[in-house]
Design a protein around this ligand. Structure first.
Ligand code: CTP
Length: 426
């Protein structure tokens, strides 16, 4: 690896260049489709809305036209298409068709291959190997749980469609249970994940993130300014790339990325135990956490009170174990079954410090960044160091850096190797 500039470092909207046919079938969840459409457009996609007659009972085509910036289609007899074949034209240009909401009736129609209205017709007419179909079910909990619906969803999956999950909770009908359409932000994330190349398929990734908190007494402690955003972004990107991901998080209030198993810890010792338990069954370990190097040697069980003398209490410190270094020296890592990635938060001389840290921690890949420039921010700049040299990933959002970093990690770990079968890192 030589010093080179990341050509796609600039933050292009994530769905730029993607053309999505957003299909709406009849259901109260249509109100969420307006927001979903907005999010898709904001993410850079062009959106062509197609609505069934029933969907138009819940939300007007005018709303969807205004939000998508394109006239809405709802009839196969639409005269706007010069060749009169809206079902062919609309399905051929799509990168994906997303039906959200997908009602119980519409699911049944898809399963039967019905073609008597535009949306089911264009789903049937789509080239199956080139235009993926994703459906976001939305219905009453009894309808969702009914064997007919479950049978239809299984058949739909078997026919090559991607059936997205459903939310649980209070439903418009007043009942509570499974069957709510996922929230617009969740559907956007699922679509982004769908488009992400599965470069980490079969890998088991363990990530540490955030700060640690070292208690002085029951109400005070020592922590640091790490927000955990980079680690959470990496966990999400690794999951989207097909890995099974466990995230060991210090005290942060970030939302757990979808599909990621999260273990909350407080202190460096808690983090060490959580990691030690799981590292040997992982195939990739990514240590992004800003672990406290020191902890108060003798934390007080009661709040330390001022004694009126004006003297500050004397605190003695004990060094914490180095989690990354201990994992990097574990049998799995030494045997090449566990690929370790370290981070280095520096304040100066990034290249020299990061190179030295890589050797000291004995990891194949170390990612350097300037701590004060990134703590708490949504963007960052990374310097990747391995045995071959260094690679700069210029300033960009943590989200896009995480996606890029996952690809760089996958390049160094044989793709599609079953977990535990990695060859020794370069
Ligand atoms: N790390 C760790 N356990 C520690 C300290 C650090 O696992 N007790 C990991 C971090 O998660 C990171 C890497 O080691 O991946 C480097 O952390 P950093 O704080 O930059 O380095 P230190 O080892 O603490 O060295 P120094 O503070 O002297 O720069």
């Amino acid at each position: 690896m030589t010093n080179q500039v990341n050509v796609c470092g600039a933050d292009a909207p994530e769905l730029a260049g993607k053309h999505i046919v957003l299909g709406l079938s009849g259901g109260i969840a249509c109100y969420k489709s307006a927001e979903l459409c907005r999010l898709l457009v904001k993410a850079g996609a062009t959106v062509q809305v197609v609505m069934t007659e029933a969907a138009a009972q819940f939300i007007t085509p005018v709303t969807m036209q205004a939000l998508s910036g394109r006239p809405v289609y709802s009839s196969q007899w639409d005269g706007r298409e010069p060749n009169g074949m809206a079902h062919i034209n609309l399905s051929r240009e799509a990168d994906a068709i997303l039906v959200a909401p997908c009602s119980a009736d519409f699911i049944a129609r898809l399963v039967q291959g019905r073609a008597d209205e535009l949306l089911s017709l264009l789903c049937l007419a789509r080239p199956v190997d080139r235009v993926p179909l994703l459906v976001a079910p939305a219905m009453n909990r009894e309808m969702y749980a009914h064997p007919a619906t479950q049978r239809n969803l299984a058949q739909l999956t078997q026919d090559g469609a991607t059936v997205l999950g459903v939310g649980t909770g209070f439903q418009a009908c007043g009942e509570t249970g499974d069957g709510r359409m996922l929230e617009p932000g969740e559907l956007l994330e699922d679509l982004m994940a769908f488009f992400t190349p599965k470069v980490l398929n079969g890998q088991r990734v363990l990530v540490t993130a955030g700060p640690t908190y070292e208690a002085i007494d029951p109400v005070r402690g020592i922590t640091n300014r790490s927000s955990g955003k980079m680690g959470f972004a990496i966990a999400r990107a690794a999951r989207e790339a097909g890995a099974e991901v466990t995230l060991v998080a210090g005290p942060v209030s970030l939302t757990t990325p979808r599909g990621v198993t999260r273990i909350d810890v407080k202190s460096a010792s808690n983090m060490l135990s959580a990691v030690a338990e799981r590292a040997q069954s992982a195939s990739i370990f990514i240590a992004t956490a800003a672990v406290a190097d020191w902890r108060p040697a003798d934390p007080s069980l009661q709040k330390i009170k001022k004694d009126g003398s004006g003297q500050a209490p004397q605190l003695a410190f004990t060094e914490n174990a180095d989690i990354l270094a201990s994992v990097a020296r574990s049998p799995a890592a030494l045997a090449g079954r566990l690929f370790c990635v370290g981070f280095a938060a520096e304040s100066h001389d990034l290249l020299e410090n990061a190179q030295a840290k890589r050797l000291r921690k004995q990891v194949p890949l170390l990612v350097g960044n300037i701590g004060p420039d990134t703590f708490g921010q949504d963007d960052n700049a990374l310097l990747l160091i391995d045995a071959q040299g260094s690679l700069e990933l210029p300033r960009a959002s943590k989200r896009s850096l995480a996606l890029r970093l996952v690809v760089e990690i996958a390049r160094r770990v044989p793709a599609h190797a079953p977990a535990g079968q990695n060859t020794a890192p370069a």
